[in-house]
Design a protein. Structure first.
Length: 209
């Protein structure tokens, strides 16, 4: 498998959160624009990218702090799963109030499990609904390139926490085992924080899943 789209990762922010810019030519999407809006905007401008969508894996504040500003800058619609709507809009549920912030995002459009988003003719992302960390958590799978963006569902040798609003441990385990571990072992998994891993590595070494 060959990654046809290009990938820029920005994680220089207080939360160690990975922002992904996936692009092919000048067409692009931004996944989980947390903090560091200036770096995101600079990269978009430098590459002369046309951002077609802002895609959210889930609604916690560290993944969404600059969504509204980026939407204004790019005029790109914000997508999320419908089950994430309340959490995205509630500073209590998305935990931004714990940081003295009031982050509230209203998506423009909602994805469903199995939907395909086309970045370009050569680059597509499939929506995989993986509830558990939050009720509307999703992963974005680029099958052709063998890469999946897992948000806070799956990390290297661990999984996301489930003690916040709409989280459920048993549901998360089911999502990981049935939806992610069924993917080819060589698929590279990029989580919402820290380093990448592979599906095979997690099947063999992730004792929490």
């Amino acid at each position: 498998m060959e990654l046809k789209m290009k990938l820029k990762i920005i994680n220089d922010n207080p939360y160690g959160q990975n922002v992904f810019i996936c692009y092919d030519g000048t067409d692009a999407v931004v996944i989980d624009p947390g903090d560091n809006l200036s770096a995101i905007k600079d990269f978009i401008a430098d590459k002369n990218l046309r951002v077609k969508a802002i895609l959210l894996t889930h609604g916690h504040y560290d993944h969404t702090i600059c969504v509204n500003e980026l939407r204004e800058f790019t005029s790109a619609p914000v997508y999320a799963h419908a089950d994430e709507a309340k959490l995205l809009q509630s500073a209590d549920w998305n935990r931004s109030d714990y940081r003295g912030l009031n982050v509230s995002v209203t998506p423009d459009k909602f994805f469903e499990d199995g939907d395909i988003f086309e970045i370009s003719d050569n680059a597509r992302l499939k929506v995989i609904h993986t509830p558990g960390h939050t009720a509307g958590g999703v992963c974005y799978y680029n099958e052709d390139g063998g890469v999946i963006f897992t948000g806070d569902t799956l990390f290297r040798e661990t999984i996301g926490r489930t003690d916040m609003p709409t989280g459920d441990h048993a549901t998360l385990i089911k999502s990981v085992r049935e939806k992610l571990f069924s993917l080819p072992g060589g698929v590279i998994a990029w989580p919402g924080h820290e380093e990448s891993t592979t599906i095979e590595h997690e099947k063999q070494n992730n004792t929490r899943a």
